[in-house]
Ligand binder design. Sequence first.
Ligand code: HEC
Length: 451
Amino acid sequence: MLSELIDFLGSLHPLIVHLPIGILLMTIGIDFIMRNRNNSTVDKIVTLGWFLSFLSGFWAALFGWFLGDNNYYFESQISIHRWGGIAFVGLCFFVWILRYLNFKYSTTFTQLFNLTAMVLITITGHYGGEMTHGQNYLINNLPFVTQEKTTHISEEKRAAVDSLFVFEDLVYPVLEEKCMACHNQKQSYGGLNMTSFEALLKGGNSGIGIQKGMPYKSLIYKRVSFPQDHPKFMPPAGVPLSYDQIATLEWWIDNGAEKQIPVTAVRKDPKIQRLMELQYGLDLREKSYLETLTLTPPAPSDLEAINGEKFSWRFINPEESFLDVKFTAKKIENADLVNIQQVKNNVTWLTLTDCRLTDNQLIYLANFPNLTRLKLQKNPMLTNKGIEALRALENLNQLNLYGTRINDAVFATLGQMKNLKKLFLWNTRVTPAGIESFKAQHPEVEIIAGL
Ligand code: HEC
């Protein structure tokens, strides 16, 4: 009962503090404007003003003391505010007593008292504002002040998104900044210590901190997502969590709240992925093999080998290291395949269509480490047997076998090609049933069969 009353009075503090500010400014204003008139009524009004400043200041300070006593503020933040306020009340009382007792003092002293009171109320008010609205609240909303991104991720880490973890890199640093001053081993308000993963899950006096998979049953999440004026809102002092930080915390709990969830796991939720990309400056798109690859450009002498009439080629990247090579003659010879070998590291796309390619010749294609697209369509002599040689193409992503003589048995080979994403099988001997059963095992592969 008593503690509830004290809490209630404490909550009146932010309201009452405006009274002494207003009264003091008015008193000093009257004193200043009327200073040259020797008028005893004005004098009495000014004395009354100092008294009312003292009286309202006294209640504001007392209620403020109640409010500060609930542990909801950092001691370091509160002390200037607290002692500034008390000094102000003391000064008002002192000036009032001097005037009340008709103690004569020079105008220099009057000016000194006025100035000191103004300085004290400015400092006290400013620190009070910082506690309620957060540090830098005065300048934060100015149009030319750029809001700093709430990111604790270094440039280096940002470049290697694959090695980032949701808890360690996104959740923990925020809790560290905004909660741990009051929830650590030494000082654990509410019995809650947040400095370790285990302690965080365990929670405080009122129970489980984080319920895996259930944000709305997790006290940590609940407390930060209350409306800000809710008495249980966390953090009670300082800057609240931003929308993005709360969303990240929610996603992490929702997805199991494990320590080792990689940040790239958000790719399954495009909305949160977008939010993280914007908020933390991360590029979370899936990278293709070529995007992660740097190659040295081919030597001009090596390019000679494919400069003849039978080939056309071009670079597909500005660095001139990835080659797209096409065979353009009607019939391919072993010698032509040997020529392409000269630039085998640089060939990323290769087209050998309608050139009477045979199964035996496919052996020449087995050692193209960076080949990602291969077009072999309209070579009716090609069968399952030849395709087996292509298993060695580890980075092959697209394969066109349209118009060849392959059948369902080819899937045994294709199933072993880990990076295959797209297959063209139109006009071959594969059957719809064969395609269905392959798709069931390899849903990541898109099949264009035109059946
Ligand atoms: C300025 C100090 C302070 C800061 C900062 C702070 N808290 Fe608290 N917290 C408290 C106090 C005091 C209590 C106990 C009273 C209560 O439950 O409201 C508490 C209680 C809690 C509880 C309830 C524990 C229990 O089991 O009863 C949770 C959960 C909590 N805080 C979460 C947070 C989170 C999350 C943050 C950071 C966003 C945070 N706190 C920041 C002071 C603080």
